[in-house]
Design a binder for this molecule. Structure first.
Ligand code: PMP
Length: 435
């Protein structure tokens, strides 16, 4: 299914990108900010974090199932590496595309994770995968170029595409499995299609696309000359003995001519969200363009944070396995708790921090439901609408087992008439009077 929402938007964007002032025509000062900028949505996940922090500051016993970050500490090798730079007082600009020693660590990561050998010129380090993606879209798109995004999608993709005057085209798998197929994709492809973005394992559903689909997609993109962005920031956080497949495995083209571009970072891999380091691996030509974009906007990522990323990537990797095992255990607990909940359908996540249960049996409006759960049960969830999946809620298990259990118990209390109608939240006994 192709989202009509974005088709409507595309005509609006066409207007935005194609209206030029005629000679002699005055600038309209009544509209004081850019229409495009004003149309960019706020980040719902960051907003929810702020709301939860406000409630916690007021002493409310909030359970946060909205978070996109785990509770672990940064690996010690990362902390020591950044600290030694700081102690030396050696904090200056770095090369725009990243310090060579970090790029070397990324080259190794790429070889180990993807079995792909790339060079220094194929790597650019940015301030998080977010900036790497933005720079990449800026580098690739002309106004009106279309970018295919599979729903459920990470909230920032459509907004980023809009910010560079592209048109997001959303493809939703018909069967509710969250697994897109080539049959879902093909009707959405047009002569304007420039890019397809894949995020697998996927935020928010937690599922990993089937290797056959990745293979078909790579072949399709290589044949049609469409760029395939693989946002792979969860690809080591996979459960049940599975492993993410390397997209490079499905192409015989070298890094200079393949359409496959990979994005990674340390935020999810090591739970180092606040360090803000991510990277892209692409052709030399694209990396040069992205470097120019970065040079004119942020100059470079802080040397302290690059040192931390290098420390994490070159240190002992046990932190990743510990995080992965914690997440897998929490996922199991969440699945168990949700299974006892009448009316909710859940696809079991293969990885990531999240699952995306279908709450339509209780309320088809996810924003309303999420607000209700925060108000009545003090549980933070993220409305599925933000991910292109109305009627669903994203629940994060990147928290403690206690919070997972309490959170689901409270949601059950708030929604399921078969659950006891009294609950303790902190010291307070609450009685349900709305079912
Ligand atoms: N891609 C996806 C799918 C994400 O979930 C996130 C963060 N939530 C990012 C990219 C951005 O990661 P970073 O913190 O490295 O900017």
């Amino acid at each position: 299914m192709i989202s009509p929402y974005f088709c409507e938007r595309s005509s609006e964007l066409f207007w935005l990108s194609s209206t030029h002032r005629a000679p002699g025509q005055e600038v309209d000062h009544t509209m004081s900010v850019s229409k495009l900028a004003a149309s960019i949505a706020e980040s719902p996940t960051l907003k929810l974090n702020e709301e939860a922090a406000r409630l916690r500051d007021r002493g409310e016993a909030v359970v946060h199932l909205g978070a996109g970050e785990p509770k672990n500490k940064a690996p010690i090798s990362a902390v020591l590496s950044a600290a030694s730079k700081l102690n030396a007082g050696d904090v200056k600009y770095t090369p725009t595309d990243g310090i060579p020693s970090l790029k070397k660590a990324v080259i190794r990561f790429t070889e180990e994770q993807y079995n792909k050998v790339v060079g220094y010129d194929n790597v650019i380090v940015s301030q998080g995968a977010k900036q790497a993606l933005f720079n990449l879209l800026y580098a690739l798109l002309n106004p009106q170029d279309e970018v295919i995004i599979f729903a459920p999608y990470w909230v920032s993709y459509p907004e980023m595409v809009k910010m560079v005057y592209g048109v997001p085209v959303v493809v939703t798998p018909e069967d509710g499995s969250f697994h897109p197929t080539m049959k879902d994709l093909e009707p959405a492809v047009s002569s304007y299609t420039k890019v397809i973005i894949v995020n697998s394992p996927n935020n928010p559903s937690g599922i990993m696309y089937r290797p056959e689909f990745i293979g078909e997609l790579v072949e399709f993109c290589e044949n049609k000359g469409i760029y395939l962005i693989m946002d792979d920031i969860y690809n080591k956080l996979v459960f049940d003995g599975k492993a993410a497949v390397s997209p490079y495995h499905f192409t015989s083209k070298d890094i200079e001519s393949t359409k496959v571009i990979t994005i990674n970072g340390i935020s999810k891999l090591y739970g180092m969200t606040g360090f803000r380091v991510g990277w892209a691996v692409a052709s030399k030509e694209l990396v040069t363009i992205m470097t120019n974009i970065q040079a004119q906007t942020t100059s470079c990522t802080s040397v302290l944070l690059q040192a931390a990323a290098e420390g994490a990537l070159t240190g002992i990797q046990s932190a990743v396995e510990t995080l992965r095992m914690t997440l897998e255990n929490n996922r199991n607990v969440m699945m168990q708790e949700l299974a006892s909940f009448n009316g909710i359908k859940t696809v079991k996540p293969d990885g990531t921090y999240y699952c995306l249960p279908d709450f339509r049996a209780y309320n088809g409006k996810s924003v309303e439901l999420s607000q209700f759960l925060l108000k009545k049960a003090l549980v933070v969830t993220v409305p599925g609408k933000e991910f292109g999946m109305e009627g669903y809620l994203r629940l994060s298990y990147a928290t403690t087992v206690k919070d997972v259990k309490q959170g689901i118990e409270r949601i059950k209390w708030a929604l399921d008439p078969s659950s006891p109608n009294e609950i303790y939240i902190g010291e307070r006994k609450l009685v349900r009077d709305w079912l």
